[in-house]
Design a protein around this ligand. Structure first.
Ligand code: UGA
Ligand code: MN
Length: 227
């Protein structure tokens, strides 16, 4: 069955680095269909071109985060959930594309949510991982976005299940999963959850002070270089 990977992404200096790392992992996975959803009012040339050259099977979508929902430059990263509208757009596309139709196996598959900045072990694509957590274990589903996958059939059978951008901090995953499963229906993977197969990585933000100073003097880098 196909593994559908839904990835929200947004324009910033490190975007291409993140997408490069991710795509080069995914190239090793057979039958992976990458659903890339840009947080943008339009598809950007950078992502369009990147996907075209990626060698992956993909679907390119976009939806901007509503302005009042969007994290501002100086906000702490935990203030608002990120990638909500984008993941929901990916789900919307899947439900539309895989609606009941003649065609064997079109509803078979697995759905996984992969943020663009994490680091994924290839082994995770042979698994469905559950997380042990010390943080708010009382949540209905105390796990991270990268810590579960769900069957496509389940997603299609529960058309209303989606991510709630208004969910309190840490409850985003629960807002989606509670529309699909109960805790005891989950199947622990990765040697009964004894292995770590995905890492929250954050790419350092490039220092642009010098470049900005040079630009102010009209001596900046070649503006036609794509970053
Ligand atoms: C953590 C979790 O790993 C996320 O799964 C969860 O959505 C997020 O917290 C949350 O609470 O909302 P974190 O590393 O803090 O993630 O967030 P980011 O990696 O910055 O963003 C998650 C995804 O949303 C990424 O794929 C990112 O590209 C995307 N994003 C971020 C946007 O599409 N637009 C933005 O303005 C910011
Ligand atoms: Mn992240």
């Amino acid at each position: 069955p196909t593994i559908f990977v839904i990835t929200p992404t947004y324009a910033r200096l490190v975007q291409k680095a993140e997408l490069t790392r991710l795509s080069q992992t995914f190239l090793h996975v057979p039958q992976l269909h990458w659903i890339v959803v840009e947080d943008s009012p339009h598809k950007t040339p950078l992502v369009t071109d990147f996907l075209m050259k990626s060698g992956l099977t993909y679907t390119h979508l976009h939806v901007p985060t509503a302005k009042d929902r969007k994290l501002q430059e100086d906000d702490p990263s935990w203030l608002k959930p990120r990638g909500v509208e984008q993941r929901n757009e990916g789900l919307r596309w899947l439900r539309e594309d895989r609606r009941p139709q003649p065609g064997e196996g079109r509803q078979r598959g697995v759905v996984y949510f992969a943020d663009d900045d994490n680091t994924y072990s290839l082994q995770i694509f042979e698994e469905v991982v559950r997380f042990h957590t010390g943080w708010r274990p009382s949540r209905p589903f105390p796990m991270d976005m990268a810590g579960f996958a769900v069957s496509l059939k389940l997603v299609l059978a529960n058309p209303d299940a989606c991510f709630d951008g208004e969910a309190p901090m840490g409850f985003l995953e629960s807002s989606f999963l509670k529309g699909l499963v109960t805790m005891d229906e989950l199947e622990p993977k990765a040697d009964n959850c004894s292995k770590v197969l995905v890492w929250h990585t954050r790419t350092e933000k490039p220092k642009m002070k010098r470049e900005e100073a040079l630009q102010a003097q009209g001596l900046g880098s070649d503006p036609t270089v794509e970053v």
